[in-house]
Design a protein around this ligand. Structure first.
Ligand code: RIB
Ligand code: CA
Length: 313
């Protein structure tokens, strides 16, 4: 199997961090070109720091980390310390990252990396899409250098998690999301409809902890911290694993059911900005532009999570 050459754009974030650990546990699946950080769960200084720490824990000694946009295209930055803690990776022991931060801005790096590739590559996006949209605006020629964008964001039947009608990544930067949705780049989208099916129950968290290796232990610590922050009466029986659906898809696509859809993002309504209109049945005039994940085999997915984490010592 030829590994997927990927750039990961993320806003670590506990689940972004776990996504990177799954990728580190699957070196035969991923050839990581770069990690780019964007403001989202926490401010850019922290997401960049956390991306560097993730590369340390992943054992990625040569993967460059770039800091990108500190704010959305048009809106003010909204963050999610209430979910991820003040560091963004609550449960991870504080440390000074060994992985350096590159001086080049992530948007410049995205453009340069993509132009330098001999064939189109995959972008994994697990935060607000500000960096990617900005790169597309600055250098439209990179559109053809992107084979697909595998992203976590949006919601259809599940409703919103930051507003009643919008998922966090889409709501933080709806204008960027709309630009990516209109880009003609093949999109594979993992929204709350599917990520809410992959909850880290106490039993699953205990099984991760029982791996008894440093990376698995820190993942269990982050998941336990996340579980403590779940709102009282939350319908989930444990924190949903949002971003790791992207790595799981590239590791084992058979875990998911996906449907073609016409995806559009609301940008202007003060009530519904960031809402993803997901037309699965062709009831609009819009052409299909994405594949939308509707289901996951959660028990099988968890076995993959266990397996990949257990490979990291
Ligand atoms: O809504 C969940 C998404 O928002 C995840 O990517 C999480 O890390 C936050 O960025
Ligand atoms: Ca994220």
């Amino acid at each position: 199997m030829t590994p997927h050459r990927v750039i990961v754009d993320c806003d670590p974030g506990q689940d972004d961090f776990i996504n990177l650990m799954l990728m580190a546990g699957a070196p035969e699946v991923f050839d990581v070109v770069a990690v780019t950080a964007v403001a989202g769960n926490v401010g850019l200084a922290l997401t960049a720091n956390n991306a560097r720490l993730a590369c340390d824990w992943a054992g990625w000694a040569t993967v460059p980390v770039y800091a990108g946009c500190a704010a959305p295209l048009m809106r003010g930055l909204a963050t999610a310390e209430h979910v991820h803690g003040t560091t963004g990776v609550e449960g991870l022991p504080p440390a000074e990252p060994a992985t350096p931060l590159e001086e080049t801005h992530a948007v410049t790096a995205l453009i340069h990396c993509l132009r330098g590739e001999t064939a189109p590559i995959t972008i994994i996006a697990t935060g607000p899409l500000t960096n990617i949209a900005t790169a597309l605006i600055m250098a439209p020629d990179i559109t053809d250098r992107i084979a697909q964008i595998v992203l976590m964001g949006g919601a259809r039947a599940a409703g919103g998690n930051i507003t009643p009608s919008a998922e966090f990544n889409m709501a933080v930067d709806p204008h960027a999301a709309a630009r990516v949705a209109d880009s003609s780049i093949p999109l594979v989208v993992f929204g709350l409809d599917v990520t809410h099916q992959l909850c880290m129950t106490p039993e699953r968290r205990a099984r991760i902890r029982a791996i008894n290796q440093p990376v698995a232990t820190v993942v269990a610590d982050m998941l336990d911290a996340s579980a403590r922050r779940l709102p009282a009466g939350a319908s989930h029986d444990g924190p949903p694993l949002h971003d790791p659906c992207t790595a799981l898809y590239l590791i084992a696509p058979e875990l998911f059911e996906l449907s073609s859809c016409a995806l559009a993002v609301e940008t202007d309504s003060p009530l519904t900005y960031g809402h993803t209109s997901v037309d699965l049945h062709g009831v609009t005039e819009r052409s299909p532009n994405a594949r939308w994940a509707t289901a996951i085999d959660a028990p099988a997915a968890f076995l993959h999570i266990e397996d990949r984490l257990a490979r990291l010592t």
